[in-house]
Write a new protein. Structure first.
Length: 340
């Protein structure tokens, strides 16, 4: 049975005995069909995430460790319904004493695979420079002054897509670049309006979700939600500009309120303008492509189930370019942490 110590989650395979450190992204106590308690958890690191279970017979079932903290663990990786998961055998809170065994929080916080500084540069190449109408250019500029720091760091979702440090920035930049291409193909689109809609559409998530590593719903996130929070941000930013056109502000509100497409998906209203429809499709496309990318990074299996799509997908193996870098430390090159 292969044994992996302090190796990234993305490298794990079914049958591996693993040991190391992770961010405990989720921890919920549940009961199985026989009434026995178990823990349903999610372990994450910089390479990805994996579903984790602590069964009733495990010493970890009553362990002193909490969600959104860093843990040391051992366990066995298994395949269940075409998805990898880990059966956790031992688990405890990671401490400063574990640093000599390889514990490093910086490697355990899920982050965008893209360079955040480059994403930030690409964002500012569009906003406000690519906005032609002065009133909307000013709106974009002042919005980034007010919310740019949070936009740069926040995840775009709790689980489904871009759920990592810099995820909201990556999602926004990708959508904006795609919006420019689509607006070039369909000249009847209001390009400026569409781009500003992209900027605002998920901005409410900077309030709905806590920053990494917590990435959990805040009280306003639970009680109001990012769609209405985002609409309120539109209102606030437009109100800060004297004589901002009411009809333009209303259209921007509609873009935010309708961007999820259907009421059953969380939209307050369904898209009623061509810009609102395009914004929804761009958002949906980018989120789904990201789910494919994440799944490919996290597992080498060709047939996998993506929960956000509700179906199995085919991910043919890609040939990797030769790795000229120095080899990383192997499982036996670091001391082994005590998890007893």
């Amino acid at each position: 049975m292969p044994r992996r110590v302090n190796e990234p989650i993305a490298r794990w395979e079914a049958g591996d005995q693993v040991q190391g450190f992770a961010l405990l992204a989720r921890k919920e106590r549940r009961q199985d069909r026989t009434g026995k308690d178990y823990l349903d958890m999610m372990l994450s690191d910089g390479s990805g995430s994996i579903s984790a279970k602590v069964w009733s017979g495990s010493p970890a079932i009553d362990g002193d460790f909490e969600a959104h903290g860093f843990v040391a663990f051992t366990g066995l990786v298994k395949s269940y319904r075409d998805q990898l998961q880990i059966s956790v055998e031992k688990c405890r809170t990671a401490t400063d004493a574990d640093r000599e065994y390889g514990f490093d929080e910086g490697k355990l916080i899920p982050s965008s695979p893209e360079d955040i500084d480059d994403l930030w540069r690409r964002l500012h190449a569009i906003y406000p420079a690519q906005i032609e109408r002065p009133i909307l250019r000013r709106l974009a500029e002042e919005t980034l002054e007010a919310h740019g720091d949070a936009l740069r760091e926040h995840p775009a979702a709790k689980v489904m897509h871009h759920a990592y440090l810099g995820g909201l920035l990556e999602h926004t930049v990708s959508m904006a670049e795609l919006a420019i291409k689509i607006a070039g193909h369909y000249p009847e689109l209001d390009r400026d309006l569409l781009l500003v809609g992209v900027l605002f559409h998920d901005l409410g998530k900077t309030v709905e979700l806590g920053a990494m590593p917590a990435n959990d719903y805040t009280l306003p996130g639970r009680l109001v939600g990012h769609v209405v929070i985002g609409r309120d941000m539109v209102r606030d930013r437009c109100a800060a500009i004297p004589d901002f056109p009411e009809d333009l502000a209303l259209h921007l509100e509609h873009l935010v309120l309708s961007h999820q497409g259907k009421r059953e998906y969380g939209a307050a209203v369904e898209p009623m303008t061509v810009e609102a429809l395009v914004l929804h499709f761009i958002d949906d496309l980018d989120s789904k492509i990201n789910q494919f990318r994440n799944q490919r990074r996290q597992s080498p299996q060709e047939i996998q189930y993506i929960r956000g799509l509700g179906r199995h997908v085919y991910l043919p193996t890609e040939e990797e370019p030769p790795d000229d870098d120095e080899p990383e430390a192997g499982p036996g090159d670091e001391p082994t942490p005590s998890l007893l």
